[in-house]
Design a protein around this ligand. Structure first.
Ligand code: 4GX
Length: 227
């Protein structure tokens, strides 16, 4: 690989207790192709490796009592520091997945896609020791619901960000022309073969070959406007 390519390659490090959850997702389709093309690099860090004592403990009961367990700060911060040592730059962005973080949307995806690296931290249990927040740059939520861990949110972020890296969506006018990237517009309806499916026909205009008419039709049939 050329040094220029390698410099441009986005590096995403992921800290998780369940790194195996990522394998199928990162090694399929577009995300796999993006890695093969040298446009992105994913590195998984097992939080368990930074656990304390012979049991590699990462969690403990909450001070003040209450249900569930809380991630202790030492393993998480040690994992973040290990990731920083492997980073390309001095100040890689550290993003913690949390239901109380700032809402992830296409604007945030665009912002993160400009970075040349990031460290995504996935928690489990009832959450993190609050002191961990001093060691992260940003907390991001993918939606107002509570999941069992930060892994699925991290995969959502990785997917949305990776497809915006220049060169990932091969050939197509792709990410730029498309839906959310144009600030105000969502998608128009799409059709492919067959021309008729169970009595449902493809709109005539799309078969016409008249590109002015087609883009006019698409503009008028945008599904909805983004807020
Ligand atoms: N968008 N989760 C984080 C642990 C946790 C619990 C409480 C902080 C406070 C989520 C989401 C999400 C599940 C990731 C709980 N952390 N993350 N994890 N929605 O639900 O990002």
């Amino acid at each position: 690989m050329s040094p220029a390519r390698d410099q441009n390659k986005m590096k995403i490090q992921i800290i998780s207790l369940f790194p195996q959850m990522f394998e199928k997702v990162l090694n399929a389709s577009m995300l796999w192709k993006a890695q093969k093309a040298g446009l992105v690099e994913y590195k998984l860090i097992n939080l368990r490796d930074f656990g304390l004592g012979p049991r590699k403990q990462v969690d403990d009961a909450p001070y003040g009592g209450g249900d569930g367990m809380v991630l202790r700060p030492e393993p998480l911060v040690a994992a973040i520091e290990a990731a920083k040592l492997k980073a390309k730059s001095q100040k890689p962005k550290v993003v913690l997945m949390s239901p109380s973080g700032v809402m992830f949307d296409q604007a945030k995806a665009r912002e993160l896609a400009k970075l040349d690296e990031m460290i995504l931290v996935c928690g489990r249990y009832e959450g993190y020791d609050e002191r961990v927040s001093e060691f992260v740059d940003e907390q991001v939520s993918i939606g107002n619901y509570v999941l069992t861990g930060g892994e699925l949110p991290a995969m959502v972020v990785i997917d949305a960000v990776t497809r915006l890296i220049p060169g990932v969506l091969g050939g197509e006018t792709s990410a730029l022309n498309e839906s959310f990237s144009q600030p105000s517009v969502l998608e128009h309806p799409h059709y492919t073969r067959p021309e008729e499916f169970r009595g449902l026909k493809v709109p005539e205009v799309l078969l016409s070959g008249d590109h002015a008419k087609i883009s006019n039709w698409r503009r008028q049939n945008q599904k909805r406007l983004q807020k």
